[in-house]
Structure formats: C-alpha cells, structure tokens
Design a protein around this ligand. Structure first.
Ligand code: UD1
Length: 429
C-alpha cells in the first residue's frame, strides 16, 4: 500500500490547476444511463472513484472510452470521456461494487427510468457515520416506484414509469436531490422538489440534463421544477471545477504561508470557506484566471466555523480547516452539523501534537506553537488530506499511510503540492 512522506516547513508558492469536481463527475457519469446516445464529459478528473464508477457502469452495459492526451496538453488538464449506454444489460448493482463507493447507489433512479426495474445493494455504513438512504427511497416512492428491501438489496420497479409529483425533503440531501432530478427528468408530468440541495454539483447535473433535453428550472435554489420529457439525448458537458480541492489547497497555503494561484476555480463556489480563511489571516483575491491565496508574516488567527449545506461551510472542508486551526493563536470551535461522526481525523492530528477536545458535535481546538511529524493513518478521503496539511507545517517528517483514500478524490496531489515547493514524495508498495 502506498504511503506519502512529507517533510514540513516549506512555504507553498506557484500555481495549482484545479481539476474537475469528483462530486460533480460521479452523478454526471451516472446520468449517462438515462440515454442510449453518447454523453461526452470534458474535464473529468483522474481519480480512483471515477475508475471504480467506470467498472460499475460497465456492469450495466455502459461503453466507456477516453480521448488520448493531445500534444502539448498539460499533465493536469482534465480528460474527455465518452459514455454510451446503448442498451442496459444488467439492472443489478451488486454489493461487491456498491459497497466500495456509496455514490454508486445513485444508479437506481436512471435504471428505473430506463428499464422499469432495479436491484441495487444497500451501500452499508461508512467511516463518517450511518449515512442512510431513506430519503432517496422516499423520492423514488413519491414518483411512483414500488420499493422493497430484500436481503440487503433495494428492489424497485416502475411498471408505469416515473410519475411527476411534489417532493419535500425534510433534510437537505445532495444524493437525494440528484436522485430526484434523474427520476423526474423523464417522468410523466411535472415534479416540484422542495428543500432541494443547492450545491453547485446539483446545478451542474441539472445543466447537463438540460443539455440532454430535460426541462429543469431552479437548480441551484431550494425549489426545483422538472417537467418530464419523453426521452433524453446525448450531450457534451464540461465537469465543474472542484471547490473542495480548491478549498483544500487554499487551506494548505494559509497553513504554510506563501502565495499560490488556484487556477480555474470560481470564488463563488467556496465563498464561505474563503471568508473563514481570510478571517484566519490569509489574503484572498480573485480574477478571471482563478483565486489567489497568500499569507505572509502574521500568524494564524483562531476562527469558529460550523458546517452547513451550500452555500454554508462545506463539511468536506471541515477536517482541513481543523488542521489549520491546530496552529492558530487561541481556541477555535468547529461544529459538524451534517454528518454524525466526522471527527476521525482528531485522533490522528493529535499524533502530530494537536490539542483537540470533542464535545458532541463540536471540536474545540486549542492552537499549539508547533506540530511534530509522526506516522499517521488516513481514515477517509477528506480526513486524510487534513493530515497532509498538518504535515506540511509540522517539524520533521510525517508518513501518511493508507493513501488510497487520497487517490479517491485528489488528482496528482503530490505533484501539485511538490511543484509549489512542498517536500512530498509517494512511496509505492
Ligand atoms: C454528498 C457528497 C459528500 C458530501 C455530502 C454533503 C458526493 C459523491 N458526496 O454526499 O462528499 O460530504 O454530499 O455535502 O457528492 N441523509 C439521510 N437520508 C438519506 C440521505 C442523506 O438522512 O437518504 C443525511 C445524511 O446522513 C447526512 C445528510 O443527509 O446527514 C446529508 O447527506 P447527503 O447530502 O445526502 O450526502 P451525500 O449525497 O451522500
């Protein structure tokens, strides 16, 4: 298993090209199941989760091909992929595949829309909590699906197709909103989705579905109206830039000091996080090329944050921000309101010398003058990158084990940080 070794202390200076968003790429790829024509996705990131989803979609009959890199194209330029679900050969998504990546559960709505039946394994628990799918099933039922659970599988049918309906989510859910969009796109009649997730990735999926011929209005707000159409076509769509990757590197620069341009990202995708970093002492500016993050001289100030659905502070940046706060002057309170158990990084940060106390859904972080390198273990995707951020500012050497978590969601992490001056190497095997 690969490890990453980091010798802390270097400032970050340079330019980082932000990749296409993992959390946009996955539902977009799944949307290819909705049409027999080809969906072409540009700016697709090279990630383990994308590869895993290719296997899952392949099992349902999706043909996948990827354009070769053009001459003089940069290493970090996103890939262009073509996905064609000419016919669906299997409506079962087995446990062995779904358990490896929760988002693959989202194939259920397009399988039902296309084939009238689906048998999809329940995803099971994961490191950040129980993560139920009850709201996804609620949407499917509201839109006319018959749903039963049998031996760990959700077995569903739509004998008369999906029927448009009003759905109000009791809680904001990204996956639930994706599911509602994909079910409603080809339903008979009109659907209204209330308390919809406003995340940019939801808007990106809706934009792509509209290019495929769907009639979706209001994505990006909390009420979305979908007028069902008879069929969807192929389309070409470019994956949104990854706001979590951008926020991660912005936090890393705030931690080490330096001056980095995050190319290709829009500040409106992560304003709340940029505001928190500004309050912590970073200087942030933006122009057409991206967002520039600087911190020179002054120390890091303690800032309280609470995670919330978009446009609030993203839960996927909570661990990274906590890493930054371990070196702040004073005490900060970090409240996690989205997931019940998203604090596994606390114990690992403590191994580097951080002082963090947990009180229910809040971590109380008392900044320390110095972190010290140590072997640590990555426990999930975002938690593991928080260890990288801490290690970049720690005295001496840190080894981050179980790097496969990082590879799920960060394209060329060590190359991107290394090019900005970080002392970071991957040790294979
Ligand atoms: C997506 C993101 C993940 C991010 C999360 C919240 C992808 C691939 N993953 O996950 O990175 O951290 O949004 O921004 O895009 N819930 C229920 N019942 C359900 C569904 C969700 O109770 O049926 C709860 C969850 O347990 C959680 C909250 O709703 O407490 C939000 O979860 P949700 O937005 O659905 O997260 P995902 O779509 O799984």
């Amino acid at each position: 298993m690969d490890r990453i070794q980091i010798r802390g202390g270097a400032k970050l200076n340079g330019t980082i090209q932000i990749s296409g968003a993992k959390n946009a790429a996955l539902p977009l790829m799944i949307a290819s199941l909705l049409t027999e024509q080809t969906l072409t996705l540009e700016n697709l990131p090279r990630l383990a989760d994308v590869n895993q989803l290719v296997r899952i979609l392949g099992n349902h009959g999706v043909d996948y091909s990827i354009d070769g890199k053009r001459r003089a194209e940069e290493a970090n330029a996103g890939q262009t992929a073509h996905l064609t679900a000419r016919s669906i050969v299997d409506t079962t998504a087995p446990y062995e595949l779904v358990s490896k990546m929760r988002a693959s559960f989202w194939v259920i709505a397009p399988l039902l829309a296309r084939m009238g039946e689906a048998r999809v394994s329940l995803p099971g628990g994961c490191a950040i909590g129980t993560r139920p799918v009850d709201l996804l099933l609620m949407v499917l039922e509201r839109l006319g699906a018959k749903v039963t659970i049998d031996a760990g599988y959700v077995v569903a049918t739509t004998p008369n197709g999906f029927i448009g309906a009003e759905v109000e989510f009791p809680k904001v859910t990204v996956g639930g909103t994706h599911t509602a969009l994909m079910a409603a796109a080809t339903a008979h009649g009109t659907s209204v989705i209330r308390n919809a997730a406003r995340e940019p990735e939801v808007k990106d999926l809706a934009d792509c579905l509209n290019k495929m011929g769907a009639r979706i209005h209001g994505a990006g707000t909390s009420t979305i109206e979908v007028t069902g159409v008879a069929r969807l076509n192929g389309a070409r769509h470019s994956v949104l830039p990854d706001r979590i990757e951008a926020g991660t590197y912005a936090t890393a620069v705030a931690m080490t000091g330096g001056d980095v341009l995050l190319e290709g990202v829009r500040p409106d995708l992560l304003q709340e996080a940029l505001d928190a970093l500004t309050a912590a002492g970073a200087t942030i500016t933006s122009d057409n090329s991206g967002v520039r993050v600087r911190r020179n001289g002054a120390g890091i100030s303690a800032v309280d944050v609470a995670t919330a659905p978009f446009p609030g502070f993203a839960t996927d940046l909570q661990a990274q921000f906590m890493a930054l706060m371990t070196r702040a002057k004073g005490v900060s309170r970090i409240k996690e309101t989205i997931f019940e158990n998203r604090f596994m990084h606390v114990q690992e940060l403590a191994r580097l010398g951080a002082h963090i106390k947990l009180e229910g859904d809040t971590a109380i972080v008392e900044g320390v003058k110095e972190l010290r390198g140590a072997p640590v273990m990555a426990t999930d995707l975002r938690a593991s990158v928080s260890l990288v951020i801490a290690a970049l500012a720690a005295e001496g050497e840190t080894t981050v084990n179980r790097v496969y978590h990082l590879d799920r969601g960060f394209e060329n992490l060590e190359q991107k940080l290394g090019a900005c001056g970080a002392d970071i190497t991957r040790i294979s095997g």
